[in-house]
Design a protein around this ligand. Structure first.
Ligand SMILES: Nc1ncnc2c1ncn2[C@@H]1O[C@H](COP(=O)(O)OP(=O)(O)OP(=O)(O)O)[C@@H](O)[C@H]1O
Length: 572
């Protein structure tokens, strides 16, 4: 985390990306000033009324200023809160935009639930600094004015107080640093707790199935406890600030008493002068306390916003940048000496070279962890190889616009998340332009989803929340397949797409996909020999390397993995 930036550059950098509704804040500030002034007027009129000056003008003035004051008292916080909510809205939108445009490796590095926490909780701290600028400016103004009055009243005694300045500076530095650390801890603990609950609650079924309630109780307790400790620490810190402030006031009182008595003894001040001086001094210390609170808020919100700032600083994937996709007669997928590892982790693919023929159906096989899914992700440009080149249909993937590249592919995984909304929304998700009812139904038919959808009371308009519990994982998988087909991809990637379907159903779907994709390219990962037998071409992987590729006969002659696959299929 890049939290070592100076607080000013941190916030300048943070707010530069947003449009801040300064005018609303100015209105809130201006009405605050007027509110204070009107408050004085109300008091004046009240004093006159209490004195018995019950003239029409006094009563009317009192009523007018009281109503005006009440109106301002209502409007000022409303405008301020409206501005705050606008800022939070804009930070949230910027975060959402950024998250959507993160490159895949960055996206995977950030836990989704930690992103949830950043978007929902952390951003709420984004307004404290802006409101702090205004309240800090008002307090600073009051502080300087009170100091000037103090100086005019008694300059030698004010000069004595200068020795308190280093203590005040030290107090600001210490309180600011502590506040930053505690808020960072507090929000990290909140993040940990949100992450824990969003992950573990969504896996609730498995917790019960595995009888893990007791173990979960312990892990949940740890997550709750770290937030509890951070909150206790925070409460303690608040009191430290109050204590620091009282000690500082005490110091100024002592300095004033010692300095004042010297001046009185030297005949340079009247004996009652200390009382007057102390009245102004209280005012100065009050403004000082306000400034300290503002500073504490600024440093605290920096601590809370470190993660948000880091996310907003991340490099985006330039989905539009790069060459346009060009169509050529060649539809092959070619890997040339590709080496690849996720982030800085160990290398997964080693000098991987293969040509997957375009317009055909290719099965990628290999043991668990041999790198098959990694190859599928690289084909689609989700990651870039560390070295080597990947070409699809004559387009070098690293130089092609990711957006154009993704549009060419349909991608179905073993478990595909469906979105909330209706079955129709889900099938049409990602479909370009106008799609007719007929086309949607055709895709559902090809994915063998039509009959169970028709049997639902609301058919394609059934909401998934409504049907979520009623749909089996196989039915959800068929919706996901229909969603991939409706986009009419040139390349269809099936990563164990049949895992949640019974073999016969999947083979029917597979054949209808084959028909639909005729002339286009299908690459699928499978472990079942009955599925593998359907392929025109095979790619066999072992430990991140190419073991063999070619037709069934060619591969059988050289690949130990493929021979083992066949033997175990024959044995079962
Ligand atoms: N996002 C990731 N970050 C780090 N390592 C990863 C990531 N995804 C996969 N790996 C690692 O890469 C290796 C290859 O994984 P991959 O999913 O490509 O294998 P696979 O052949 O598809 O396996 P399986 O048949 O079990 O699905 C594994 O060691 C895995 O731990």
């Amino acid at each position: 985390m890049k939290n070592n930036k100076h607080v000013i550059s941190f916030f300048l950098n943070f707010y530069r990306r947003l449009s801040i509704p300064w005018w609303l804040y100015l209105i809130a500030f201006g009405s605050g000033v007027v509110y204070a002034e009107i408050g004085m007027r109300v008091s004046e009129y009240l004093v006159r009324v209490n004195k018995g000056e019950l003239y029409n003008s006094v009563i009317l003035g009192y009523v007018f200023f009281t109503i005006f004051n009440a109106l301002l008292g209502f409007l000022r916080p409303l405008v301020q809160e409206y501005a705050n909510q606008k800022v939070i809205l804009r930070v949230r939108l910027s975060m959402w935009r950024k998250i959507l445009h993160l490159p895949m490796d960055q996206f995977e590095k950030e836990q989704p639930s930690s992103l949830v926490s950043a978007v929902t909780n952390d951003v709420t701290q984004a307004t404290l600094v802006i409101s702090g600028i205004f309240s800090g400016a008002a307090s600073l103004f009051g502080f300087v004015r009170a100091c000037m009055i103090l100086y005019q009243y008694n300059s030698p005694l004010t000069a004595y107080l200068l020795i308190c300045i280093p203590v005040a500076v030290a107090m600001f530095i210490i309180v600011g640093r502590l506040q930053f650390t505690i808020m960072k801890k507090r929000y990290a603990a909140l993040n940990e707790m949100t992450t824990f609950f969003s992950e573990h609650l969504s896996a609730g079924k498995y917790v019960k199935a595995q009888v893990m309630e007791e173990k979960e109780l312990e892990s949940g307790y740890a997550a709750i406890d770290s937030r509890y400790k951070a909150d206790i620490y925070y409460a303690f810190m608040e009191q430290i600030q109050v204590l620091a402030n009282s000690l500082y006031s005490l110091l100024t009182t002592v300095v004033m008493a010692v300095g004042g008595s010297r001046l009185i003894n030297a005949g340079k001040m009247e004996s009652t002068g200390i009382n007057m001086f102390s009245t102004y001094m209280t005012q100065v210390n009050l403004y000082m306390a306000e400034l300290l609170t503002v500073w504490q808020n600024v440093m605290g919100s920096k601590g809370a916003l470190v993660h948000v700032g880091d996310i907003l600083d991340m490099e985006e994937e330039h989905t539009e940048k790069g060459n346009s996709w060009t169509e050529s007669g060649n539809k092959d997928i070619v890997f040339k000496n590709v080496n690849f590892g996720y982030g800085n982790e160990k290398e997964i693919l080693h000098d991987f070279s293969v040509c997957i023929p375009g317009g055909k159906t290719t099965a990628v096989i290999g043991d668990n962890g041999s790198g098959k899914s990694t190859v599928m992700k690289l084909i689609q440009g989700f990651y870039q190889p560390d070295s080597g080149e990947i070409w699809v249909g004559g387009n070098k993937i690293s130089e092609t616009s990711p957006r154009e590249c993704h549009k060419k592919f349909g991608y179905v995984l073993q478990n595909n998340p469906l979105m909330s909304g209706t079955i129709r929304d889900n099938i049409l998700y990602g479909a370009e332009g106008e799609t007719t009812e007929k086309e949607m139904k055709k895709a559902a038919e090809e994915a063998r989803a039509d009959s169970f959808i028709d049997a639902l009371p609301n058919g394609y308009d059934t909401t998934l929340g409504e049907a979520g519990n009623r749909l089996s994982s196989g039915q959800k998988q068929r919706i996901a397949i229909a969603r991939a087909l409706i986009a009419k991809p040139d390349y269809l990637i099936l990563d164990e797409a049949g895992a949640s379907l019974d073999h016969d159903t999947y083979m029917k779907i597979f054949h209808s996909i084959g028909k639909k994709m005729e002339g286009n390219t299908i690459v699928f990962i499978a472990h079942d020999m009955r599925e593998i037998a359907e392929a025109d071409y095979l790619v066999v992987m072992r430990h991140g390397r190419l073991e063999a590729c070619g037709t069934h006969e060619e591969v059988l002659a050289v690949s130990r993995t493929y021979q083992e696959y066949l033997q175990s299929a024959e044995a079962s």
